[in-house]
Design a protein around this ligand. Sequence first.
Ligand SMILES: Cc1cc2nc3c(=O)[nH]c(=O)nc-3n(C[C@H](O)[C@H](O)[C@H](O)COP(=O)(O)OP(=O)(O)OC[C@H]3O[C@@H](n4cnc5c(N)ncnc54)[C@H](O)[C@@H]3O)c2cc1C
Length: 388
Amino acid sequence: MIDLLRLFNQQSCGKMCITADSRVGMEEIGDRKKVVVVGGGVGGSLLAYTIQNFADVVLIDQKEYFEIPWSSLRSVVEPSFAEKAVINHKDYLSNLELIVSVAVNVTETEVITADGHSISYDFLVIATGHFRPVPRTREERLNHFQNEYERLKSADSVLIIGGGPTGVELAGEIACDFPEKKIKLVHGGNRLLEFIGSSAADKALHWLQSKKVEVILDRAINKQAIKEGVIQTSCGEILEADCHFICTGKMVGSSWLNDTVIKDSLDTLGRVMVDKNLRIRGFTNLFAIGDITNIDELKQGFAAQKHALVVAKNLKLLMIGGNEKKLVTYKTTPPVAYVSLGRKEALAQFSVLTLSGWIPGKIKSKDLFVGHTRKQLGLKPNPNPNPV
Ligand SMILES: Cc1cc2nc3c(=O)[nH]c(=O)nc-3n(C[C@H](O)[C@H](O)[C@H](O)COP(=O)(O)OP(=O)(O)OC[C@H]3O[C@@H](n4cnc5c(N)ncnc54)[C@H](O)[C@@H]3O)c2cc1C
């Protein structure tokens, strides 16, 4: 275990070097290569953690912390949950350089950030997932959840806009923790959870209705015209609520690549096209992982983590000058999706089977895989000495 961690050289520009005095467990690779990872989300953080001891790693993220994305809905109803799900990068990364800034350009040799850094690389990994505007510091993020909680607590009626996984999971969290509130969920499509099968969507609908959530389908909302308290649907209908949450789909986080050397490797949906070894099409030293790739599978954190481990192995092989024929091939994950329904129940969709209730709930809903995700990053599953 790395013991004497030392954080030094923290500069106002958001660049910090995190090094380990002790190199116990470090695998030395003759000539250490420089790997730049852009995006410190589910895939990028695991990759950076995995390769930090055999490469000179620079992690560029727009924020100082890693946040387990699917935990954020629990953090709205229970702000203290965010204490374990929002983790400063420096708490699990011990031996790399962290640059807290937005990446804005990539050339054949460098990544450029919004605050003016030019970072050269031997290998580059793009892991910018989906675009989510979030605060820069962990403290700001924790305050944000506290404010959302206060807003929710003081409301009698709540409107959730969007019936994808975020909207359904948030409705479930609120319905379980605040059963007295009047909850409406409005969705533009003709069924919930369009990313998985209709049988799972029906189960989610019935579960929400059993918790007295009013689900309104086939009603788009003009997001530009939203005012707190009054929301208008595409049919001109006015939906009133004391507070609302917008839970509609997020854009793939690749717009910053549109004018870069990677532009011709983006597909029409803005996803980065990769080969079977997860190298960006047309390049030998550039990789992409996670939601941003064009891999034909459900966009899941679980898959992003698998991509990260494949790329870690491939980087290692390339760094020691190994035979390219030995590069690891990525095998797509079987289509498994979990959608939590409050704290105890969930939906699970396997290839041909949909399960709902407390059995999938036991797998996801209690802790939302937070302990497991923390352990993958070498952290204790629960930093709280008095776990609930
Ligand atoms: C409600 C909900 C529930 C979910 N439940 C599950 C589940 O149960 N199991 C599961 O496996 N998956 C689940 N997912 C999906 C999962 O969250 C995503 O698949 C996963 O986060 C993708 O990981 P990623 O690394 O590709 O991107 P992300 O985790 O989105 O990370 C992208 C990172 O890039 C950074 N970034 C973006 N642009 C820039 C830039 N230009 N410069 C610098 N940094 C940048 C961001 O700050 C972020 O840190 C769920 C998602 C949602 C919304």
